[in-house]
Design a binder for this molecule. Structure first.
Ligand SMILES: [Zn+2]
Length: 116
């Protein structure tokens, strides 16, 4: 009989059903638990960036693109949470998702809508 390696523990098990990927129900459940944990950790990591992006979107939709850092922070914005950086001229653009911001003055930033 053909054998297959369990996706969770790596033990071989006889291949009776083509779709089976785990040697036991326990391994199936453990794997599922791990996936859920990973997804949750990933979500937690991106939550503050997503929140920043929503704040930039909100302020931008009010028609403001130059805004004081103080105002952003009063809305819950945290400057360290960005997803990536790019350059515009010689300035860094900090991107949070659909929006980004760059330094405008020592106390203000310019909000940019990012072309996807
Ligand atoms: Zn297993």
């Amino acid at each position: 009989m053909k054998e297959r390696k369990c996706l969770y523990c790596g033990n071989s098990f006889p291949l009776k059903h083509r779709n089976r990927q785990y040697c036991s129900h326990e391994c199936y459940m453990e794997n599922k638990k791990e996936r859920t944990r990973e997804r949750y950790a990933h979500m937690k990591l991106y939550e503050p960036i997503k929140k920043n992006d929503e704040i930039l979107a909100k302020v931008y939709s009010e028609g403001l693109d130059v805004v004081s850092i103080e105002r952003l922070e009063s809305l819950g914005f945290t400057r360290i949470y960005i997803s990536r950086q790019s350059m515009k001229g010689n300035k860094h653009v900090n991107i949070t998702g659909r929006f980004g911001y760059m330094s405008y003055s020592p106390t203000e930033v310019l909000i940019l809508k990012i072309e996807q």
